[in-house]
Design a protein around this ligand. Structure first.
Ligand code: G3P
Length: 231
């Protein structure tokens, strides 16, 4: 669903927590962390989506009612393909969206378009990840639901993009607005605290994509509580 259509037209701040392949968010731990996200989302009235590994989607989606996203889908359908992740399979497992072209799962332009098409054909919300303003502009032209700009050098650094590189966020928002107003801009990399989230919103982002600040925290619930104070 496009951000501008959420809650009957009222835009919500979206927090997408990428579980990556972190041990702290794999298997049973993926389910446990998703339950924490669900409880914080309902307690604080915020919109949190989780992106576990493909093999954990079904268990997570059966355990929580918040949106579950895949970390990647391939642009292939049913048939003679091996080792791929299809949009139809993640949807059947309970996913309602997918990341595409994450910096740790980069794709060629034609593959990005094919993954996006696969998401659309299954009605999955799409988030295309980008690394700078120029690639954000290119991604927006494909009309995903969201683009998420994440400078790779800040990923996992604990240094928030919204403070260390506000220009890449502001520039991405402007670039997207000039092309397609309905595409929401998320930002990510180093986002951990409520202040980081607030700074992202002030720069025009509609939410954040984050991972280590929450997944690797000693107390994941406390870390999430801190984050949502920024909404
Ligand atoms: O997908 C989120 C991501 O790449 C940012 O990671 O650990 O800097 O929040 P992190």
């Amino acid at each position: 669903m496009r951000w501008s259509q959420s809650l009957g037209g009222m835009a919500l701040t979206l927090i997408v927590l990428n579980f990556k392949t972190y041990r702290e968010a794999t298997g049973d731990s993926a389910v446990a962390l998703s339950k924490i996200c669900e409880s914080i989302a309902s307690e604080y009235g915020v919109d949190i989506a989780v992106a576990p590994q493909a093999a954990d989607i079904r268990a997570v989606a059966s355990a929580v009612s918040i949106p579950v996203y895949a970390q990647h889908v391939d642009g292939v359908g049913f048939g003679s393909f091996t080792g791929h992740i299809t949009a139809a399979s993640v949807k059947a497992a309970g996913a309602s969206g997918s990341l595409i072209n994450h910096s740790e799962r980069r794709l060629r332009l034609a593959d990005i378009e094919a993954s996006l098409r696969a998401c659309r054909s299954e009605g999955l919300t799409s988030i295309i990840c980008t690394n700078n303003v120029a690639t954000t502009r290119a991604a927006a032209a494909l009309r995903p639901d969201y683009v998420a700009v994440e400078p790779p050098e800040l990923i996992g650094s604990g240094i928030p993009v919204s403070k260390a590189d506000p220009e890449v966020v502001r520039g991405s928002v402007e670039a997207v607005r000039a092309i397609e107003k309905d595409v929401g801009v998320l930002c990510g990399a180093g986002i951990t605290h409520g202040d980081d989230l607030r700074a992202a919103i002030e720069l025009g982002a509609v939410g954040v994509l984050l991972a280590s600040g929450i997944v690797k925290a000693k107390d994941q619930r406390k870390a999430l509580e801190d984050l949502v104070t920024g909404v």
